[in-house]
Ligand binder design. Structure first.
Ligand SMILES: C[S@@+](CC[C@H](N)C(=O)[O-])C[C@H]1O[C@@H](n2cnc3c(N)ncnc32)[C@H](O)[C@@H]1O
Length: 258
């Protein structure tokens, strides 16, 4: 059943107002969710339930909150949060306990996005927050599968929109929420905003125009080449293996070029 939430246009002015009132990612999204009157939302990638608890507590207008997460070890996910089954099962219990106060609004969908997303009707959501598998594979699957669940005029946002793809050590897969989400926005004709705390947000509109509006001043270019040059990858790898040596090199450079 589609939501009957009010239609609010996402604008630079609205986002700037929300940013000015927020001291953290959780406050920023709570502010925005309240401002646009979100009633039905989904969080993809819930982990220990901190975001869900904060948003459910801070946004009384929410009527349904889908929590999507497999809470199990994934053999094809090379990221630090991929703990073993027993740890992730405990995190599910923790997420439940933290959101029990809103049990009547909460719908837990335990599984990967591809396994459970069709339990949500197309166009049902006012807002979807993507914070799951941040690799190229993960963000591509999540944006493509979650977008149809958002109603026209609804919002799609997410975490880990990091300027550098090397969010974690080079032994992990790179994080490609940025720039992939920008390419996705271009494909669907949406304006996408880069927000503080490595967040992004776009509004689903019919016949909209693509634009990338960076409200942080950090996203100078949307190409990838510079991040994968052999020199860059070598410097990162050496820095990870010999952190003290790299500190000395950095300090020497500062002294020489000061
Ligand atoms: C960074 S944590 C989420 C943090 C949470 N959103 C918060 O702010 O408190 C990432 C979560 O994504 C989940 N995840 C990984 N791959 C997934 C997939 N394919 N579908 C859904 N969730 C996935 C992991 O199990 C993990 O709990």
């Amino acid at each position: 059943m589609p939501s009957n939430s009010p239609q609010v246009d996402l604008s630079e002015q609205l986002l700037t107002k929300c940013i000015s009132k927020a001291q953290s990612r959780l406050e920023l999204w709570s502010e925005l969710i309240r401002s646009v009157g979100v009633q039905r939302m989904a969080e993809v990638g819930v982990y220990r339930g901190d975001f869900a608890a904060a948003v459910l507590r801070g946004c009384e207008g929410l009527t349904r909150y889908y929590m999507i997460d497999p809470w199990r070890h994934l053999s094809d996910w090379n990221k630090p949060a991929n703990h073993d089954d027993s740890v992730l099962s405990e995190f599910l219990e923790e997420a439940k306990a933290k959101t029990d106060f809103a049990a009547g609004k909460r719908v837990i969908l335990r599984g990967k996005t591809t396994e459970v997303i069709d339990q949500i009707a197309d166009g049902e959501l006012d807002f979807a927050y993507i914070d799951a598998d941040h690799t190229l594979k993960g963000i591509a699957i999540d944006l493509i599968r979650v977008f149809p669940k958002v109603r026209a005029g609804g919002l799609l946002g997410g975490d880990d929109f990091t300027r550098s793809v090397w969010e974690h050590k080079t032994s992990f897969e790179p994080t490609l929420v940025f720039p992939f989400a920008v390419y996705f926005a271009e494909a669907v004709g949406a304006t996408i905003y880069a927000l503080p705390y490595s967040q992004f947000c776009l509004q689903k509109t019919d016949g909209g125009q693509f634009a990338f509006i960076d409200l942080t001043g950090q996203y100078d270019q949307v190409g990838l080449r510079d991040q994968f040059t052999p020199e860059r990858v070598l410097a990162l790898t050496v820095g990870e293996r010999f952190p003290r040596l790299m500190r000395v090199v950095r300090r020497t450079r500062e002294l020489v070029f000061r």
